[in-house]
Design a protein around this ligand. Structure first.
Ligand code: ATP
Ligand code: MG
Ligand code: MG
Length: 350
Protein backbone atom coordinates (compact mmCIF):
# COMPACT_ATOMS: atom_id res chain seq x y z
CA UNK A 1 0.00 0.00 0.00
CA UNK A 2 1.05 3.60 -0.34
CA UNK A 3 -1.04 5.44 2.25
CA UNK A 4 -0.28 5.34 5.97
CA UNK A 5 -2.64 6.53 8.70
CA UNK A 6 -1.35 7.77 12.05
CA UNK A 7 -3.53 7.95 15.16
CA UNK A 8 -2.16 10.82 17.23
CA UNK A 9 -1.05 14.29 16.20
CA UNK A 10 2.00 15.20 18.28
CA UNK A 11 5.73 15.36 17.54
CA UNK A 12 6.11 11.58 17.26
CA UNK A 13 3.47 11.57 14.53
CA UNK A 14 5.23 14.45 12.83
CA UNK A 15 8.57 12.62 12.73
CA UNK A 16 6.90 9.34 11.70
CA UNK A 17 5.09 11.22 8.95
CA UNK A 18 8.31 12.79 7.67
CA UNK A 19 9.96 9.36 7.50
CA UNK A 20 6.92 7.84 5.80
CA UNK A 21 7.01 10.63 3.21
CA UNK A 22 10.72 9.94 2.60
CA UNK A 23 9.81 6.33 1.83
CA UNK A 24 7.16 7.39 -0.70
CA UNK A 25 4.01 7.08 1.41
CA UNK A 26 1.19 9.59 1.70
CA UNK A 27 0.33 10.30 5.31
CA UNK A 28 -3.10 10.77 6.89
CA UNK A 29 -3.15 11.98 10.50
CA UNK A 30 -6.10 11.61 12.85
CA UNK A 31 -6.07 13.35 16.22
CA UNK A 32 -8.11 15.66 18.42
CA UNK A 33 -6.15 18.88 17.97
CA UNK A 34 -6.55 21.45 15.24
CA UNK A 35 -3.28 22.86 13.96
CA UNK A 36 -1.15 20.03 15.42
CA UNK A 37 2.54 19.19 14.83
CA UNK A 38 1.64 16.04 12.85
CA UNK A 39 -1.56 17.35 11.26
CA UNK A 40 0.32 20.24 9.67
CA UNK A 41 2.76 17.99 7.78
CA UNK A 42 0.20 15.39 6.68
CA UNK A 43 -1.23 15.09 3.18
CA UNK A 44 -4.61 14.88 4.88
CA UNK A 45 -5.61 15.69 8.47
CA UNK A 46 -8.72 14.35 10.17
CA UNK A 47 -9.38 16.41 13.26
CA UNK A 48 -11.59 14.27 15.51
CA UNK A 49 -11.75 12.39 18.80
CA UNK A 50 -10.26 8.89 18.56
CA UNK A 51 -13.62 7.18 19.06
CA UNK A 52 -15.46 9.21 16.38
CA UNK A 53 -16.86 6.44 14.19
CA UNK A 54 -17.25 8.53 11.02
CA UNK A 55 -13.71 9.82 11.35
CA UNK A 56 -12.39 6.27 11.85
CA UNK A 57 -14.35 5.15 8.77
CA UNK A 58 -12.76 7.94 6.75
CA UNK A 59 -9.31 7.00 8.05
CA UNK A 60 -9.87 3.36 7.16
CA UNK A 61 -10.91 4.07 3.56
CA UNK A 62 -8.08 6.55 3.05
CA UNK A 63 -5.29 4.27 4.32
CA UNK A 64 -3.72 0.92 3.50
CA UNK A 65 -2.25 0.53 6.98
CA UNK A 66 -2.86 2.48 10.19
CA UNK A 67 -0.51 2.97 13.13
CA UNK A 68 -0.32 5.10 16.25
CA UNK A 69 2.03 7.57 17.89
CA UNK A 70 0.10 7.79 21.18
CA UNK A 71 -0.27 4.76 23.46
CA UNK A 72 -3.52 5.92 25.00
CA UNK A 73 -5.56 5.64 21.82
CA UNK A 74 -8.71 3.93 23.17
CA UNK A 75 -8.74 0.21 22.44
CA UNK A 76 -12.36 0.42 21.15
CA UNK A 77 -11.13 2.78 18.41
CA UNK A 78 -8.68 0.14 17.21
CA UNK A 79 -11.43 -2.49 17.47
CA UNK A 80 -13.73 -0.34 15.32
CA UNK A 81 -10.98 0.01 12.71
CA UNK A 82 -10.31 -3.74 12.56
CA UNK A 83 -14.09 -4.34 12.36
CA UNK A 84 -14.01 -2.07 9.28
CA UNK A 85 -11.32 -4.41 7.86
CA UNK A 86 -8.58 -1.83 8.33
CA UNK A 87 -5.07 -3.11 9.00
CA UNK A 88 -3.77 -1.67 12.30
CA UNK A 89 -0.19 -2.16 13.58
CA UNK A 90 0.61 -2.47 16.44
CA UNK A 91 -2.52 -4.35 17.48
CA UNK A 92 -4.91 -4.32 20.41
CA UNK A 93 -2.81 -6.50 22.69
CA UNK A 94 0.14 -4.09 22.71
CA UNK A 95 -2.19 -1.24 23.62
CA UNK A 96 -4.11 -3.12 26.30
CA UNK A 97 -0.93 -4.19 28.07
CA UNK A 98 0.97 -0.92 27.78
CA UNK A 99 -1.99 1.29 28.80
CA UNK A 100 -2.29 -0.18 32.28
CA UNK A 101 0.66 -0.29 34.69
CA UNK A 102 -0.80 -3.32 36.52
CA UNK A 103 -1.36 -5.40 33.36
CA UNK A 104 2.02 -4.27 32.06
CA UNK A 105 3.88 -5.46 35.17
CA UNK A 106 1.92 -8.75 35.24
CA UNK A 107 2.73 -9.33 31.60
CA UNK A 108 6.40 -8.53 32.13
CA UNK A 109 6.70 -10.88 35.10
CA UNK A 110 4.98 -13.56 33.00
CA UNK A 111 7.80 -13.11 30.47
CA UNK A 112 10.41 -13.54 33.21
CA UNK A 113 11.23 -9.82 33.37
CA UNK A 114 11.05 -8.56 36.97
CA UNK A 115 9.47 -5.26 38.01
CA UNK A 116 9.40 -3.12 41.16
CA UNK A 117 7.16 -4.57 43.88
CA UNK A 118 3.79 -2.87 43.79
CA UNK A 119 0.39 -2.77 45.41
CA UNK A 120 -3.00 -2.13 43.77
CA UNK A 121 -4.59 1.02 45.16
CA UNK A 122 -8.25 1.99 44.93
CA UNK A 123 -8.74 4.08 48.09
CA UNK A 124 -6.88 6.03 50.76
CA UNK A 125 -7.27 2.96 52.99
CA UNK A 126 -5.57 0.55 50.56
CA UNK A 127 -2.84 3.17 50.12
CA UNK A 128 -2.34 3.43 53.88
CA UNK A 129 -2.13 -0.36 54.20
CA UNK A 130 0.48 -0.57 51.43
CA UNK A 131 2.50 2.33 52.87
CA UNK A 132 2.64 0.50 56.22
CA UNK A 133 4.72 -2.19 54.52
CA UNK A 134 7.08 0.43 53.06
CA UNK A 135 7.81 2.69 56.04
CA UNK A 136 5.57 5.24 54.37
CA UNK A 137 7.82 5.57 51.32
CA UNK A 138 6.92 4.81 47.72
CA UNK A 139 5.71 6.21 44.46
CA UNK A 140 2.00 6.36 43.73
CA UNK A 141 1.09 6.18 40.03
CA UNK A 142 -2.26 6.12 38.25
CA UNK A 143 -2.67 2.80 36.43
CA UNK A 144 -3.59 4.62 33.20
CA UNK A 145 -2.91 7.85 31.30
CA UNK A 146 0.35 8.94 32.98
CA UNK A 147 3.21 10.52 31.03
CA UNK A 148 6.20 12.76 31.75
CA UNK A 149 5.69 12.11 35.48
CA UNK A 150 2.05 13.32 35.45
CA UNK A 151 -0.31 11.23 37.59
CA UNK A 152 2.46 10.39 40.07
CA UNK A 153 3.16 11.35 43.66
CA UNK A 154 6.29 10.48 45.61
CA UNK A 155 5.58 9.67 49.24
CA UNK A 156 7.96 9.91 52.19
CA UNK A 157 7.45 8.77 55.76
CA UNK A 158 4.71 10.82 57.43
CA UNK A 159 3.04 12.02 54.20
CA UNK A 160 -0.74 11.97 54.16
CA UNK A 161 -2.15 9.09 52.07
CA UNK A 162 -5.56 10.74 51.66
CA UNK A 163 -4.04 13.91 50.22
CA UNK A 164 -1.78 11.91 47.87
CA UNK A 165 -4.66 9.80 46.59
CA UNK A 166 -6.70 12.94 46.04
CA UNK A 167 -3.82 14.53 44.15
CA UNK A 168 -3.88 11.79 41.49
CA UNK A 169 -7.65 12.24 41.12
CA UNK A 170 -8.59 9.15 43.17
CA UNK A 171 -8.12 7.06 40.03
CA UNK A 172 -7.22 3.35 40.12
CA UNK A 173 -3.51 3.36 40.92
CA UNK A 174 -0.49 1.36 42.04
CA UNK A 175 2.03 2.06 44.76
CA UNK A 176 5.56 1.10 43.72
CA UNK A 177 8.60 0.72 45.93
CA UNK A 178 11.22 3.42 45.35
CA UNK A 179 14.03 1.73 43.43
CA UNK A 180 17.52 2.91 44.44
CA UNK A 181 18.71 2.40 40.89
CA UNK A 182 22.28 2.78 39.65
CA UNK A 183 20.87 4.13 36.41
CA UNK A 184 18.15 3.94 33.80
CA UNK A 185 18.34 2.36 30.38
CA UNK A 186 15.89 1.83 27.53
CA UNK A 187 15.83 -0.55 24.61
CA UNK A 188 14.06 0.64 21.47
CA UNK A 189 13.42 -2.26 19.12
CA UNK A 190 11.23 -3.24 16.21
CA UNK A 191 9.43 -6.37 15.06
CA UNK A 192 8.36 -6.87 11.46
CA UNK A 193 5.29 -8.61 10.03
CA UNK A 194 7.47 -11.68 9.46
CA UNK A 195 8.57 -11.72 13.13
CA UNK A 196 12.08 -10.37 12.55
CA UNK A 197 13.34 -8.41 15.60
CA UNK A 198 16.03 -5.72 15.49
CA UNK A 199 17.13 -3.62 18.50
CA UNK A 200 18.96 -0.30 18.59
CA UNK A 201 21.84 -0.01 21.03
CA UNK A 202 20.42 0.60 24.53
CA UNK A 203 20.33 4.22 25.71
CA UNK A 204 21.35 5.49 29.14
CA UNK A 205 18.60 7.85 30.29
CA UNK A 206 18.64 10.74 32.73
CA UNK A 207 15.39 12.33 33.94
CA UNK A 208 14.66 15.72 35.51
CA UNK A 209 11.39 16.16 37.41
CA UNK A 210 10.10 12.87 35.95
CA UNK A 211 10.75 14.04 32.37
CA UNK A 212 13.45 12.58 30.15
CA UNK A 213 16.28 15.10 29.98
CA UNK A 214 19.12 13.31 28.22
CA UNK A 215 19.93 9.98 26.54
CA UNK A 216 23.53 8.85 26.10
CA UNK A 217 24.65 6.13 23.68
CA UNK A 218 26.55 3.92 24.15
CA UNK A 219 25.08 3.49 27.63
CA UNK A 220 27.73 3.31 30.34
CA UNK A 221 26.59 -0.03 31.74
CA UNK A 222 28.49 -3.31 31.39
CA UNK A 223 28.06 -5.09 28.05
CA UNK A 224 26.47 -8.06 29.79
CA UNK A 225 23.81 -5.85 31.42
CA UNK A 226 23.00 -4.31 28.03
CA UNK A 227 22.81 -7.72 26.41
CA UNK A 228 20.34 -8.92 29.06
CA UNK A 229 18.21 -5.81 28.52
CA UNK A 230 18.02 -6.48 24.78
CA UNK A 231 17.14 -10.13 25.46
CA UNK A 232 14.39 -9.13 27.90
CA UNK A 233 12.99 -6.53 25.48
CA UNK A 234 13.04 -9.11 22.67
CA UNK A 235 11.04 -11.57 24.79
CA UNK A 236 8.50 -8.86 25.55
CA UNK A 237 8.04 -7.70 21.94
CA UNK A 238 7.68 -11.32 20.79
CA UNK A 239 5.14 -12.18 23.51
CA UNK A 240 3.08 -9.10 22.60
CA UNK A 241 3.07 -10.14 18.95
CA UNK A 242 3.92 -6.49 18.48
CA UNK A 243 4.46 -5.11 14.97
CA UNK A 244 6.34 -1.83 14.80
CA UNK A 245 8.68 -0.10 17.24
CA UNK A 246 8.42 -0.76 20.99
CA UNK A 247 10.36 1.00 23.75
CA UNK A 248 11.21 -0.78 26.99
CA UNK A 249 12.43 1.26 30.00
CA UNK A 250 14.54 -0.44 32.65
CA UNK A 251 15.96 0.40 36.05
CA UNK A 252 19.54 -0.87 36.36
CA UNK A 253 20.42 -2.01 39.87
CA UNK A 254 23.79 -1.72 41.58
CA UNK A 255 24.41 -5.49 41.10
CA UNK A 256 23.56 -5.32 37.37
CA UNK A 257 20.03 -6.63 37.89
CA UNK A 258 17.30 -5.20 35.67
CA UNK A 259 13.73 -4.23 36.51
CA UNK A 260 11.17 -3.26 33.89
CA UNK A 261 9.88 0.25 34.52
CA UNK A 262 7.41 0.54 31.66
CA UNK A 263 6.93 -0.01 27.95
CA UNK A 264 5.64 2.23 25.16
CA UNK A 265 4.11 0.57 22.06
CA UNK A 266 5.53 3.23 19.77
CA UNK A 267 8.57 5.26 18.81
CA UNK A 268 10.12 6.81 21.90
CA UNK A 269 11.87 9.95 23.11
CA UNK A 270 14.90 7.88 24.18
CA UNK A 271 15.25 6.80 20.52
CA UNK A 272 15.42 10.33 19.11
CA UNK A 273 19.17 9.98 18.54
CA UNK A 274 18.72 7.11 16.06
CA UNK A 275 17.94 9.01 12.83
CA UNK A 276 21.20 10.96 13.12
CA UNK A 277 23.37 8.16 14.48
CA UNK A 278 22.17 4.96 12.77
CA UNK A 279 21.80 3.68 9.23
CA UNK A 280 18.07 3.36 9.91
CA UNK A 281 16.34 5.58 12.49
CA UNK A 282 13.42 4.57 14.71
CA UNK A 283 10.82 6.44 12.65
CA UNK A 284 11.86 4.82 9.37
CA UNK A 285 12.10 1.46 11.15
CA UNK A 286 8.55 1.76 12.44
CA UNK A 287 7.20 2.66 8.99
CA UNK A 288 9.12 -0.25 7.43
CA UNK A 289 7.69 -2.65 10.03
CA UNK A 290 4.03 -1.62 9.72
CA UNK A 291 4.26 -1.47 5.91
CA UNK A 292 5.38 -5.10 5.82
CA UNK A 293 8.87 -4.25 4.61
CA UNK A 294 12.05 -5.92 5.88
CA UNK A 295 13.62 -3.99 8.77
CA UNK A 296 16.59 -1.73 8.07
CA UNK A 297 20.09 -2.11 9.54
CA UNK A 298 20.57 -0.26 12.84
CA UNK A 299 24.35 -0.04 12.74
CA UNK A 300 25.38 2.97 14.85
CA UNK A 301 27.89 5.32 13.21
CA UNK A 302 28.74 7.56 16.15
CA UNK A 303 28.53 8.04 19.91
CA UNK A 304 25.79 10.51 20.78
CA UNK A 305 24.01 12.45 23.46
CA UNK A 306 20.38 13.52 22.91
CA UNK A 307 19.06 16.43 24.98
CA UNK A 308 15.41 17.47 25.12
CA UNK A 309 14.46 21.11 24.63
CA UNK A 310 11.62 21.91 27.03
CA UNK A 311 9.55 25.09 27.04
CA UNK A 312 11.77 28.15 26.66
CA UNK A 313 14.85 26.00 25.92
CA UNK A 314 14.11 26.40 22.22
CA UNK A 315 14.77 30.14 22.40
CA UNK A 316 18.45 29.33 22.68
CA UNK A 317 18.52 26.31 20.40
CA UNK A 318 20.90 27.86 17.92
CA UNK A 319 23.31 28.30 20.82
CA UNK A 320 23.26 24.52 21.23
CA UNK A 321 24.31 24.05 17.66
CA UNK A 322 27.94 23.57 18.58
CA UNK A 323 30.18 21.45 16.36
CA UNK A 324 28.41 18.17 15.69
CA UNK A 325 25.09 19.23 17.22
CA UNK A 326 21.91 18.54 15.24
CA UNK A 327 18.63 20.22 16.19
CA UNK A 328 15.05 19.02 15.61
CA UNK A 329 12.07 21.26 16.45
CA UNK A 330 8.49 20.03 16.65
CA UNK A 331 6.64 23.08 15.37
CA UNK A 332 4.56 23.55 18.52
CA UNK A 333 3.00 27.01 18.72
CA UNK A 334 2.99 27.40 22.48
CA UNK A 335 6.19 26.91 24.54
CA UNK A 336 4.55 26.07 27.89
CA UNK A 337 7.00 25.26 30.71
CA UNK A 338 7.99 21.59 30.71
CA UNK A 339 6.52 20.98 27.25
CA UNK A 340 8.69 19.00 24.83
CA UNK A 341 9.50 21.47 22.03
CA UNK A 342 12.46 19.83 20.29
CA UNK A 343 15.74 18.00 20.88
CA UNK A 344 19.41 18.23 20.06
CA UNK A 345 21.57 15.27 19.09
CA UNK A 346 25.23 15.89 19.73
CA UNK A 347 28.00 13.76 18.31
CA UNK A 348 30.42 12.78 21.07
CA UNK A 349 33.31 11.10 19.26
CA UNK A 350 35.35 13.13 16.78
P1 ATP B 1 7.15 8.64 30.48
O1 ATP B 1 6.05 7.77 29.94
O2 ATP B 1 7.14 10.04 29.94
O3 ATP B 1 8.49 7.97 30.47
P2 ATP B 1 5.81 8.30 33.04
O4 ATP B 1 4.97 9.42 33.53
O5 ATP B 1 5.14 7.09 32.49
O6 ATP B 1 6.87 8.89 32.03
P3 ATP B 1 7.63 6.69 34.66
O7 ATP B 1 8.44 6.18 33.56
O8 ATP B 1 6.79 5.73 35.43
O9 ATP B 1 6.71 7.94 34.26
O10 ATP B 1 8.55 7.47 35.72
C1 ATP B 1 9.31 8.59 35.31
C2 ATP B 1 10.64 8.55 36.00
O11 ATP B 1 10.46 8.63 37.43
C3 ATP B 1 11.41 7.25 35.79
O12 ATP B 1 12.09 7.24 34.56
C4 ATP B 1 12.34 7.29 37.01
O13 ATP B 1 13.38 8.21 36.83
C5 ATP B 1 11.42 7.80 38.09
N1 ATP B 1 10.74 6.65 38.72
C6 ATP B 1 9.56 6.11 38.35
N2 ATP B 1 9.24 5.06 39.11
C7 ATP B 1 10.23 4.90 39.99
C8 ATP B 1 10.51 3.97 41.06
N3 ATP B 1 9.66 2.98 41.38
N4 ATP B 1 11.66 4.13 41.77
C9 ATP B 1 12.52 5.13 41.48
N5 ATP B 1 12.33 6.03 40.50
C10 ATP B 1 11.20 5.93 39.75
MG1 MG C 1 5.10 6.25 30.66
MG1 MG D 1 8.78 6.34 31.60
Amino acid sequence: GSRIGILGDGQLGRMLGCSAAMLGFDVVVMGPNEDSPAGRIAAHNICAEYTDKDALAELSVRCDVITLEFENVPVPAVQMLTDMDAKVHPGKKSLEVCQDRHLEKQFSQGCGVETARYWLIDSADTLNAALDELDGRGILKTRRDGYDGHGQVRLSTGDDAGAAYEKIGEAPAILETMIPFAGEMSVVLARSTTGEIVAFDPAENHHKNGILHRSIVPARFPADVQRRAVEAASRLIEALGHIGVLAVEFFVLEDGGLLLNEMAPRVHNSGHWTPEACLTGQFEQHIRAIAGWPLGPVTRLMDVEMTNLLGDDIDGHFGLRGPGAMTTLYGKRDARPGRKMGHVVKRLNP
